[in-house]
Design a protein around this ligand. Sequence first.
Ligand code: CMP
Length: 134
Amino acid sequence: AVERTLSIIKPDAVAKNVIGEIITRFEKAGLKVVEARMQQLTREEAEGFYAVHKERPFFNDLVGFMISGPVFIQVLEGENAIQKNRDLMGATDPKKAEPGTIRADFADSIDANAVHGSDAPETAAVEIAYFFGK
Ligand code: CMP
């Protein structure tokens, strides 16, 4: 089915000047950028976005990293977009990411891991609404 998913190019990848290379991978895989915005997140915005992780030990570091510079937030649309984006990203920990994935090629650590992508249809809907409304 045609789906939409939320993708964030994180501060590490923005600083490396690889927004275009990452978007090219989405486009070559048949995903279309249907919404996009460059944004410096506030602490409150980052905490709200990652609220499901607020009890996790890595929460403060994650939020601190996500507000360390601007991010590029997009909605991707296409057939099977949620899983397709996850396949393109590779594992959360770049040390475990398959060669050729975005995280294997651009990420430095589990926090500075280049991209975020929604993990399921329910979270995609919530995450898209969080940044782009209905
Ligand atoms: P992301 O897909 O943006 O969702 C939550 C983020 O928390 C994740 O990518 C990682 O960058 C970060 N994180 C840091 N430590 C961990 C961990 N142990 N497990 C999962 N995510 C982690």
